[in-house]
Design a binder for this molecule. Structure first.
Ligand code: URA
Length: 261
């Protein structure tokens, strides 16, 4: 069994997809790697996690063309200044009124891989860290399956504040927040961006093309290769799509390897 086969098996098992092994053939151990830290994979797949579930994948948001807010100061900020600016950002009154705190981003600031999601959910708003709910656990497993434990990537969102009732970000909110994300990307200089979910992909790529058509190819954001995959919350609701997500992760890994000297 190749390393990729092993990773695939591990990914499928971690994500609650049954792996069939013919009778009499013992499944090989996974190359000195500890098993994925999934506490309850089957329950994990079946449960509905409404707090984290974005709107149905196919509905595209309409983005005002060139709507990004022009904020030249942000483009030169260092990490501390940027972090402080985001923490006291009041550009979106409705978000400010509803949030507990901003959710800046987390992880390795020199990571080759950056994950960009949609916006904080209830748990993220409470803890101040992206992807800490059930979808976050699945994201962690997806990353681990391609050899990137959570601590070795940088994770951020299109929006730094939770939209009320987890509604989709409004185009103007995404536009006001984009300078912060762009600065994060510029500071990290990742070799690859993994965009998770329709809202992330459509906002980053400034398109209303459905996610099904955006995945499977390498795009570019700020000159950095970008691969699109499904949002883990969507995968929790639609486990049959996990195999496609695995294809996306393989594409991401291949692209990352090609981009690494
Ligand atoms: N969904 C996201 O897109 N981002 C988070 O941080 C949590 C859930």
């Amino acid at each position: 069994m190749t390393a990729m086969d092993l990773r695939k098996r591990r990914y499928l098992e971690a994500m609650g997809i049954q792996v069939w092994v013919p009778r009499g053939i013992a499944a090989p151990a996974l190359e000195n790697e500890s098993p994925p830290a999934v506490e309850h994979p089957p329950v994990f797949v079946e449960e509905a996690h409404t707090a984290l579930i974005p709107a149905a994948e196919p509905a595209p948001p309409v983005l005002a063309p060139g709507a990004e807010l022009n904020d030249p100061q942000v483009a030169t900020m260092d990490w501390d200044t940027l972090t402080a600016r985001v923490a006291k950002c009041t550009r979106c009154p409705e978000l400010v009124a509803n949030r507990t705190q901003t959710v800046f981003g987390v992880g390795d600031r020199s990571a080759p891989l950056m994950v960009i999601g949609e916006a904080p959910g209830q748990e993220e708003d409470k803890q101040g860290e992206p992807f800490v709910g059930r979808a976050g656990q699945l994201l962690n497993e997806m990353l681990r399956a391609i050899g990137f434990p959570r601590e070795r990537v940088y994770i951020a969102n299109v929006l730094k504040s939770r939209p009320p009732n987890n509604r989709d970000p409004k185009p103007e909110e995404a536009a006001r927040c984009e300078p912060y994300l762009k600065r994060q990307v510029a500071l990290i200089k990742p070799r690859l961006i993994l965009s998770v979910g329709r809202v992330s992909a459509q906002n980053l790529l400034k398109t209303d093309t459905p996610i099904g058509k955006l995945r499977g190819q390498v795009h570019s954001y700020q000159g950095i290769p970008l691969v699109v995959t499904y949002h883990p919350a969507y995968l929790l609701r639609s486990p049959q799509e996990k195999r496609k997500a695995w294809d996306d992760l393989k594409l991401a890994l291949r692209t990352l390897r090609e981009a690494t000297p």
